[in-house]
Structures are given as structure tokens and as C-alpha cells.
Design a protein around this ligand. Structure first.
Ligand SMILES: Cc1ncc(COP(=O)(O)O)c(C=O)c1O
Length: 364
């Protein structure tokens, strides 16, 4: 048996009729950008996330950039975030002209450690981009408290946390503004690139709306500097069709995670930690092992594909050497990076495949 790390076709087949109807509707409509599908998705997804406004954009990276720019963060500003994240978090921050200041992570959740935030604030710090990594929210209450005290904007990077909650509140509704990615393999994924900014602040929403459309306020009236970042009607229709399955898909991810945790609890590896304050939506199931390369190749020989999220933190990537000097503040990030392995987790994984993963890991 081969257990794939992911297989998007299975997800399409799980809701094929709905998707085919939605795509055909757009094809026949003759209207492909800024239409009804986008508007429906913006309303539906904002409501799903317990916020007032949704602004569809072309990707999660753009969503991070536009969320920050809409809060007037830019050149000369510092933005706090974590280095154990997907590089696009940093791409989005830097696209505003701001620079990153990294904060170390909580060793159990891999999300920003609130106790370390204040020591990293500079006179230029304007915002914190909190990444809800792997499907679990960071500990938002102390983060929001520090932000309030220091007048910092809080942007939630929810690219991996569609439907996750913190103390009963949805990811994306906790800070000032949030960025989502609908990259195909996300918990809610499009058939290409797509993203969304969500907020309950009307001024931020208004700025973001202009920004994604060349800074226009009405046709050919460019009142701010913007960009082209549109979520097209086909992607919006696909996402609208899939949104109604999101909770049940997240439920299945939770079942898979539970099975892994039960099946692997007495084995010599570090399992993911679930906080008591939130609902984890298991975008990724990340374990820690002493010898990653050997572990992964052993699993491949048993038919189990794995991933690594992420092989190296951003400040140690070749393109980001200017951040390497921050290494001294990132001990936990640095210690863990070489040991992380992601096991297959997606809603269409079968019971047999789950058992095969557990059996194979136990034999390594
Ligand atoms: C944490 C995080 N932030 C931002 C992004 C950017 O999303 P996209 O690939 O849609 O630009 C991703 C997705 O890869 C991500 O995982």
C-alpha cells in the first residue's frame, strides 16, 4: 500500500457534482471577475469566520500584504512574526516595505511565544503577524493584551487555520484583520491560487478593497497606490461549493489526528500538542523525531509519504541572510527545525491508510 501525503483529486471527487455545477454556472454566465460568486464567497466566508467583511484577493501572500498595507504598515516599519512559517508570510510582510523582527516559538505549539514578544518590540514596530501554524491558533489573549498596550496592529495569518477556534472564537476574528490562503491543498482549497482578507473594521476593509484593484475608488479614480490582486469567479464558485463541507472535512481531520495520537502515544517520538483553549483543524500533523532523514526514508520504504514543514526556518534560508543575525533570539525555532516531520492527513484518508501509517511508524 502507498499512502500519499496528499491527493487533491480525492477531494474533488468527494464533491464533484457541486463543483461541476458551480464551474458550469460561471462558464455560462459570461462574467469572470468581480461578480456574484466573489461577492457570495466574501459574505459567506466572512460570516463563517464571525467577521463583517471579506475581501477576495489573488493569494494568501497577497492577503498578508494587503492586510498590512490596509492598516498603513509600510516602509520604515518593523513587523513581529515567527521564522518557523511558510516563506510567503515573510514575502507578504516585506512586500509592504516593512522588515521582519522574529520572535521565538512556544516549543509545544510552534506558534509565537507571547512571553517573548515585548522584548522584541523596537521603536519602529507597528504590527504583529501571528501565524496560526499547522491548524492551531496561537495563544491570542496575551498577544492582544501586549498589542493593546503597545499600540500594535494584530494581523492573523490563517493560511493553515480555516475553521480553527480560540476560546470559541473563529481564527480570523481575533485580531484587527486576517489573511487566508485558498491554495489547493489548504483545508479550504481552490483550483488554483486564491486568498482573502477578512476584518470587522470598515476602514481596513475599504482600504483593502481599493488596494486589490489598482487603488481605485470607482473606475479610473486611483486614490491610493494599489495592485492587481483579484479572486476570479471560477475560484470563488469552487470555494463557495466547498465551504459547506469545511466543517465535516475538519471533523474528519480531527478523527485522523485522534487515531494517530492513540496509535502512536507509546512510541518514541514527540506527538503534536493540542491546547486546551482551542479547536485544532489539523492542516498538518507534525511530529518530532530524532533522525529525520532516516525516519522519512524508512517510511517511504514502507509506502508512507511524508512532508517537512519546514526544512529550515526563514532566517536560515539563503535568500534571507540579512535575518541570520536574529538567530540568537530563535533558540527553540533553531533546535526544532531539523526534527519536524508531517504525516499524511487529509479528509479522504481511508481507515486502512490510517492504520497502515500507524503500523509503519511503529516499525521505524
Ligand atoms: C502560513 C502561510 N502563510 C501564507 C501563505 C501564502 O499563501 P499562498 O500560497 O496562497 O500565497 C501560506 C501558504 O502557503 C502559508 O502556509
Amino acid at each position: 500500500m502507498i499512502v500519499p501525503f496528499g491527493e487533491l483529486k480525492r477531494n474533488y471527487l468527494a464533491c464533484q457534482t457541486d463543483i461541476d455545477i458551480a464551474v458550469a454556472r460561471v462558464s455560462k454566465s459570461g462574467w469572470y471577475l468581480f461578480g456574484e460568486e466573489q461577492e457570495n464567497l466574501e459574505n459567506n466566508f466572512a460570516q463563517y469566520c464571525q467577521t463583517k467583511y471579506g475581501i477576495g484577493v489573488a493569494s494568501g501572500t497577497d492577503a498578508v500584504q494587503i492586510a498590512l498595507s490596509a492598516c498603513r504598515v509600510g516602509k520604515g516599519d518593523d513587523v513581529l512574526t515567527t521564522s518557523n512559517t511558510c516563506v510567503p508570510t515573510i514575502v507578504g510582510i516585506e512586500a509592504t516595505g516593512a522588515k521582519c523582527i522574529f520572535v521565538d516559538i512556544d516549543p509545544r505549539t510552534y506558534t509565537i511565544d507571547p512571553d517573548l514578544i515585548e522584548s522584541r518590540i523596537t521603536p519602529q514596530t507597528r504590527a504583529i503577524v501571528v501565524v496560526h501554524l499547522y491548524g492551531q491558533c496561537a495563544d491570542m489573549d496575551p498577544i492582544l493584551e501586549i498589542a493593546r498596550k503597545n499600540e500594535l496592529i494584530v494581523v492573523e495569518d490563517c493560511a493553515q487555520a480555516h475553521g480553527a477556534t480560540y476560546k470559541g472564537q473563529k481564527a480570523g476574528s481575533l485580531g484587527d484583520v486576517a489573511a487566508f490562503s485558498f491554495y489547493p491543498s489548504k483545508n479550504l482549497g481552490a483550483f488554483g491560487d486564491a486568498g482573502m482578507v477578512i476584518t470587522s473594521d470598515s476602514d481596513i476593509a475599504c482600504q483593502a478593497k481599493k488596494m486589490r484593484n489598482y487603488g481605485q475608488d470607482g473606475k479610473y479614480n486611483h486614490i491610493i497606490r494599489g495592485t492587481n490582486s483579484r479572486l476570479d469567479e471560477i475560484q470563488a464558485a469552487v470555494l463557495n461549493a466547498k465551504l459547506r463541507f469545511l466543517d465535516s472535512w475538519n471533523g474528519r481531520r480531527q478523527q485522523v489526528a485522534k487515531r494517530y495520537i492513540e496509535g502512536l502515544k507509546n512510541h518514541s517520538l514527540e506527538l503534536p500538542y493540542e491546547t486546551e483553549y482551542g479547536k485544532h483543524v489539523w492542516h498538518l500533523f507534525v511530529i518530532r523525531v530524532p533522525n529525520r532523514d532516516e525516519f522519512r526514508s524508512d517510511l517511504v520504504s514502507k509506502g508512507v509519504q511524508t512532508g517537512v514543514h519546514y526544512p529550515s526556518p526563514v532566517h536560515l534560508q539563503p535568500a534571507y541572510t540579512e535575518y541570520e543575525a536574529q538567530k540568537k533570539y530563535l533558540t527553540i525555532t533553531g533546535q526544532q527545525a531539523g526534527h519536524l516531520v508531517s504525516l499524511p492527513i487529509f479528509p479522504e484518508l481511508t481507515d486502512d491508510e490510517i492504520n497502515h501509517v500507524i503500523k509503519s511508524v511503529r516499525l521505524v
